[in-house]
Design a protein around this ligand. Sequence first.
Ligand code: HSE
Length: 313
Amino acid sequence: MPESITAFAPASIGNVGVGFDMLGLALEGAGDRVVARRTAKAGIVVSEVRGLDGELHPYLSTDPEHNTASIAAWAFWSEHGDSGGIDIAVHKGVPLQSGMGSSAASAVAAVVAVNALLDEPLARNCLLPYALQGEQYASKGIHADNVAPSLLGGLVLCPVFLLPETVSLPVPDGVSAVLLHPELQVNTAHARRGLAKAYSMQQWLTQQACLAGFIAACASGDIALIGRTLKDVVIEPQRSDAVPCFSEVKETAIAAGALGCSLSGSGPSIFALAEEGKARNIAVAMEQACRGFGIECQSWVSPMAAPGAAVED
Ligand code: HSE
């Protein structure tokens, strides 16, 4: 039996513009790590939480009841573990309140690591409900559009009413996701509370058409149709004002050849989809547009078929 297990879980793009709370895409290049160990004493301990700089995190809690990783890990271990306990250490690689699925990455990495401590680990898709419990603590809502792609990789359809079932969708070859993270913070729970509770028939029809068209376009590799359907007429207009550089960055991305561009999750991150050969230039252009507002930023370019969480030992 292994002494300790390290698991990595990637960042993710929630909503993917067209599918509020029900569509998510894994992102390669950024993610959280959790190291899990068995302990003789029952219960769970968070021995440390380290930030992006490798230092002890200044304000993420090590209280197991107030940490997304431990909430998820304990939900799992209390059902499937033995009478001993677990210790987890969390190493953040995803910036907080970034719209990159930071809380989901911690929760997923924790459950994947703790599952691997079992003599007979559960299948990957059985882990989703436990990771969701950690995510729910952070966002104060049930949505799997960060947890599901972080756990499973790629593009995942995960409407709440189907859970724990999710649908991994085909993605076209040669299309990349570009993710720009402006150094701002948006609290997801707050951003969710502020959303309108009612929408017009026209918005509903348009958004349904975009979601259906986008999924069909991804499945058939119809690049032009991705460009015509990657639109959010419902949520983006309500949230984009919280990101001062959004309109400029979006216009710049489209002008540089992106197929479409929208907020990643509740923002402030902004994602674009683009043909692979154009993606790096689009990332650079988006960074320049963002810095033009005096906002520091970082970008990633990822294949649409980015891998999900993995045990690293
Ligand atoms: N679907 C969630 C939201 C994702 O947009 O509120 C948050 O990352």
